[in-house]
Design a protein around this ligand. Sequence first.
Ligand SMILES: [Fe+2]
Length: 194
Amino acid sequence: MKDMVSRVFSFDMKTGKAPASDAVSLKRPLSALKKIFSDQQAADAILANGDPMVYEFYDLHMPEKEGDLAFGSSIVYPGTVGNEFHMTKGHFHTIIDTAEVYYCLNGYGMMMMESPEGAIEYQEMRPGQAVYVPGRYAHRSINLSHTETLVTFFVFRADAGHDYGTIEERGFRKLVVVEGDGYAVVDNPSWAGA
Ligand SMILES: [Fe+2]
């Protein structure tokens, strides 16, 4: 990999989107994510009528080496599957003790975090707020708004890598569900960890 040269990327603060000349987003429609939601019947009912976009993000193909930083935007569209809000898959970093910062640009959401030992942290995110995700914590963005798109800008160590498999197998220990006009954080009855 060649040494990185300076470059500028643009992101729309409202939508999180970059111009096509800068980057292309990776799209995660419900059909690609169905299993992360606890209510599979609700997911099937939605998919019978279409395939809504749950989230997308920009992977800017930075050099994945120590000393570099990877960054981009994450865009979680409003919606629910059963009583769960739209959310990202969530992941640990492969080099697990590497942190990340998410800066909220638009909307209203939550960063759910958990360590392998079961420590739970969660933080609401509103525009102008930065959430520090400590090293060792798996993290997932959740859109708590029924109408607005949750847009965050993230930065992390470029060689950290992504471990999606552990969360795919176990799930998170906590679910965030609709409760009245707000939300509740509840135990995940299907959590499959040790
Ligand atoms: Fe991450």
